[in-house]
Structure formats: C-alpha cells, structure tokens
Write a protein that binds this ligand. Structure first.
Ligand code: GDP
Ligand code: ZN
Length: 338
C-alpha cells in the first residue's frame, strides 16, 4: 500500500510546466513528474495534477521528485473549453475567491453573479472586492455597497484602492493563515495590483523559479502560488486570467437573453436598440418591462464588444467616417448661420 510507505511525503503544486510540476513542502521546493503508472491510469485532464493540489511524492534528490498520487481536492476552479466536453482544472483547493470589479471597467451586478456561480460550482466561497474606490465619491460607494448587499445577501465585501492604500489593511486582515485565495475578474480591474500590494513586492512580474529538467536544461517558470507574510496562500495563474477574457466575450448573450428575445420584434433586423424607430427593446425600457440598468449595461457591453472585434482597418475607417461626418456637420451649421 502506497499510504504506508514512509518515504512518501506531502507537497503542494505551486506551478505547472509543460513537462513537469513545481512542488513545495515546508522545507523545500522540487521539480517533479508523475509516475508512469499514474499517467497510464489517467483518463482525463482531471486526473493530472493542477496548481493548488496536494500530492504524495518521493524525493529523488534535493531538487527532484516523483508524484505518486493526487490527494482528494477540496474545491476546484474549473472551466469547460468551448465546444468540448473535457473539463480544464485551473486550480484546486482554493478556499475563497475574491471577485474583483472596478467602477471604470465593465462593472455590473450580473458579472458578480456569473463569477459567484463559477466559484460556488467548484465549492469555493466567493467574496466581493470593489477596487479603485479612489475613482468614486463616498455616496457612489455607499450606493454600490447597498446594491451588492441587496442582491448577494451575507457576502463579504471589501472596498479597496491600491493607489491610496485605502481598505488594504482590512482585506489583509481577513486573509487567514493556511487558507488559499485567488482573485478573479475582468482584465484591468486591478488584480495584479492587489496581489502585488498583498505580497509586498512586484512578484507577479518577477516571481520566476529556476529549476533543472531531467535533461539538465535550466528552465524558468512563473510561480503561481504565493505565500503571504501572515501565512495565507494566493494562487494566480494564466487560466484564471483567461476566465476574465471569456467572461467579457460570452456575457452579452448569456445574461441579456431577454434583450435578445425582444430584439426579434424590432422593426429593423440590424437594430442597435439605441435610437431606431420601432425598436422593441427601447419600448420595453420606456414601459418599465425592462430594467433600465440592465439595458444600460447591455449597450455598454455591446459597444465594447463591437469595438474589440473591429479590425484595425475598421477602426481607422470608423475614425475617418467620423471625421467626414464632423466636416459635413460644420458645413451645414455654417449654411444655417449665413
Ligand atoms: P489586472 O488586469 O486586473 O491585473 O489589473 P492591473 O493590476 O494590471 O491594473 C490595471 C490598471 O488599473 C493599472 O493601470 C493600475 O495601475 C490601475 N489600478 C489598479 N488598482 C487601482 C486603484 O485602486 N485605483 C486606480 N485609480 N487605479 C488602479
Ligand atoms: Zn431594437
């Protein structure tokens, strides 16, 4: 029995590399591979180690080890790749996911909700971080907090500014020794800034681990699990960042299906639901059938999406057309004035 073998020790995966994993226990860091037996028994991606996993290993020397077994995962952050049945495990054994949004990005309660269900479906407790509060005034902040409290009862809410440092002590205080955390949210909301502030160094950019492969080559890889001064643990890896990107792409269709349904009744098939006559969406907003803030969110997201998917040529074309439009408008104004 493997469990009774005294040479087996527990370690945690802190980074994933193409051909191996980086592990850590109280005293050392190892580069490790899984056993042939484990590879042979693996039937899906879930059977391979992920960052955050606790595993049983046998050290080969001071730097290298072999992974025998993945200990049962308490929680998993996973993602289904679009159109595939295979589930990708992004990280495991995360206790709390901080869902970050900032007022200057694609802020919405629906977005919080999507991240909440992503976390909760893997057994992870979500908490809200409202970052960049230096950009809004107190009454705006109060309003947002009460809005979040109303919709997500009992959720922990942290309000932070990495710029002024406000709220950082409170966030830090609530990070507990031995628990594992991650930050999720759209790109640009300040996740790296928050993590770097908590770690106290610019580790995200510079935290590279150098280790030797079996062939003797030296490889550097990015650390994906960080230990904070108070003993709290933090996971940040590219998979988590991708969740944010996917979220902004698929969000429009999934959450605003109501608007999609209404748009079938618009007079024009290419209706943008902003000014067109016979627009069923605008009609619903006016009559109160459709929530105004949901509508605003939709328009904002739709615009962002449109601009993001435009090629550079299209963007230039748009700018040029706008230039022409301005010129024409100026001419017309002159005509009226003269
Ligand atoms: P990430 O993509 O979520 O990792 O976001 P970053 O940490 O890279 O931050 C995106 C931008 O927001 C950067 O220009 C940061 O300097 C800025 N930023 C981060 N936190 C704050 C904040 O609390 N207040 C303000 N005003 N800007 C911030
Ligand atoms: Zn319309």
């Amino acid at each position: 029995m493997i469990e009774k073998d005294r040479s087996l020790i527990r370690a945690r995966i802190i980074a994933e590399h193409k051909e191996s994993y980086i592990l850590r226990n109280e005293s050392s860091e190892f580069s490790a591979k899984i056993t042939g037996k484990m590879m042979f028994a693996a039937s899906s991606r879930e059977d391979y180690p992920a960052v955050g996993d606790w595993v049983l290993i046998t050290p080969l020397d001071k730097e290298k080890a072999v992974i025998h077994e993945i200990l049962p995962r308490k929680t998993v952050l996973k993602r289904k790749s679009a159109g595939k049945t295979d589930v990708q495990i992004i990280a495991s054994n995360i206790d709390v996911a901080f869902i970050v949004q900032s007022p200057d990005r694609d802020y919405s309660l629906n977005r919080f909700e999507r991240y909440f269900s992503l976390a909760e479906s893997g057994g992870i407790k979500p908490a809200v971080v409202l970052n960049k509060i230096d950009l809004i005034d107190d009454s705006d902040l109060e309003w947002r907090i009460s809005e979040i409290k109303d919709r997500f009862k009992g959720t922990d809410i942290y309000t932070t500014s990495t710029l002024t440092g406000k709220g950082m002590a409170d966030l830090r205080k609530n990070i507990k020794k031995g628990l594992t955390y991650c930050f999720l949210g759209s790109s640009g909301v300040g996740k790296s800034s928050l993590i770097n502030t908590l770690i106290g160094k610019n580790l995200i950019k510079t935290g590279e681990i150098s280790f030797q492969t079996n062939r003797g080559r030296h490889i550097t890889t990015h650390r994906q699990l960080f230990i904070l001064e108070n003993g709290g643990l933090l996971i940040d890896n590219p998979g988590m960042r991708e969740i944010g990107l996917l979220d902004s792409k698929t969000g429009i269709k999934s959450v605003f299906s109501e608007i999609q349904g209404l748009s079938k009744h618009c007079r024009f098939s290419d209706c943008t639901h902003t000014h067109e006559p016979g627009c069923a969406v605008l009609k619903a907003v006016r009559s109160g059938d459709l929530d105004k803030s949901q509508y605003k969110n939709y328009i904002k997201l739709a615009k962002e999406n449109e601009f993001n998917t435009m090629t550079r040529l299209e963007k230039r074309e748009k700018d040029r057309n706008f230039g022409k439009f301005i010129k024409k408008a100026k001419k017309q104004i002159k005509k009226y004035e003269s």
